[in-house]
Write a protein that binds this ligand. Structure first.
Ligand code: AMP
Ligand code: MN
Length: 218
C-alpha cells in the first residue's frame, strides 16, 4: 500500500483518530456538449464553503455509527438525498497529509474515500435536491459541479478544471479514480495535466496583474 494508506479495518483501530468519509458519485451519459462532444460520464464534485473543490461527505464518528452510515448522513445534509453507500464502495483510507507533505500517525485525521456508480436519472435528482432541499445548500456547500472529462478545441475542459484549487488530496482522488475506472485514458490525462500547468502559470500572472484593480502595484 502507498505511504500513508491503510485498510478500512486498520483505520478503525485508531479510536483516537478523527475520521472523515467522502464519495465520488458518477454515471454514464449519452448527452453531447454542443451536440457533438460526447460527455460520456457525469462525475460529481462540489464547490465548498472555503472556495475549494472537493467531494461530498464529512466527519463521521465510528463510535456512534458505521463509516458508511455516517457518510450517508453527511450526504443527506449536503445533497438532500440519503444516498446509500456500502462497504463495497470503499476505495481507500489514508491519513490526511499535513501541509509539509510527510505522512505520520501524528496526523490524526483519517480520510476514507468511496466511489459509487449510479444511474444518470439518480445523479440529476441529486443535483436538483442539492440546490433546493439540502440543509447545507449555500452554507457548507456552495453548489455541486460536474467534472468536464473532455478537451475542447481551444484546450479547455479537464485541463482547466484540474488547474482549480482543491481541498487536501481531492485532486489526486479525482485523477486516481478517473484512471482506475477508465473514465479517462492515461495519455489524455497526461495531456490535460500538461495543459493545466500552462493554465496555472497564466492564472498566477492574472492574479499578479489583478493587484492593479486594488490600486496596489503587484
Ligand atoms: P468536510 O466536513 O467535508 O469539510 O470534511 C471533513 C474534514 O476532511 C475537513 O477537515 C476537511 O478539510 C477534510 N477534507 C475534506 N475533503 C478532503 C480531501 N479530499 N482530502 C483531504 N482532506 C479533506
Ligand atoms: Mn463536507
Amino acid at each position: 500500500m502507498a505511504s500513508g494508506q491503510m485498510s478500512r479495518d486498520e483505520a478503525l483501530e485508531c479510536t483516537r483518530c478523527r475520521h472523515a468519509c467522502h464519495v465520488l458519485l458518477y454515471s454514464e451519459t449519452a448527452s453531447q456538449l454542443f451536440g457533438r462532444i460526447p460527455i460520456r460520464y457525469i462525475v460529481l464534485m462540489q464547490m465548498r464553503f472555503d472556495g475549494l473543490l472537493g467531494f461530498p461527505g464529512g466527519f463521521v464518528n465510528p463510535l456512534e455509527e458505521t463509516l458508511e452510515e455516517g457518510l450517508t448522513r453527511e450526504l443527506l445534509e449536503e445533497l438532500g438525498v440519503a444516498v446509500p453507500v456500502s462497504k463495497e464502495d470503499h476505495v481507500e483510507s489514508c491519513f490526511s497529509p499535513p501541509r509539509s507533505g510527510t505522512y505520520s500517525s501524528s496526523s490524526r485525521l483519517i480520510l476514507h474515500f468511496y466511489v459509487k456508480k449510479m444511474e444518470e436519472e439518480q445523479i440529476q435528482e441529486i443535483e436538483k435536491a442539492a440546490a433546493s432541499t439540502a440543509a447545507d445548500h449555500g452554507l457548507e456547500v456552495l453548489g455541486m459541479v460536474r467534472v468536464p472529462l473532455y478537451t475542447t478545441k481551444s484546450g479547455g475542459g479537464l485541463s482547466c478544471f484540474l488547474s482549480h484549487s482543491f481541498i487536501g488530496v481531492a485532486r489526486f482522488q479525482l485523477m486516481n479514480s478517473l484512471l482506475r475506472l477508465h473514465l479517462v485514458s492515461p495519455g489524455d490525462l497526461q495531456e490535460a495535466l500538461r495543459s493545466s500547468q500552462r493554465t496555472h502559470a497564466e492564472s498566477a500572472q492574472n492574479l499578479q496583474a489583478a493587484f492593479k484593480l486594488t490600486g496596489e502595484q503587484p
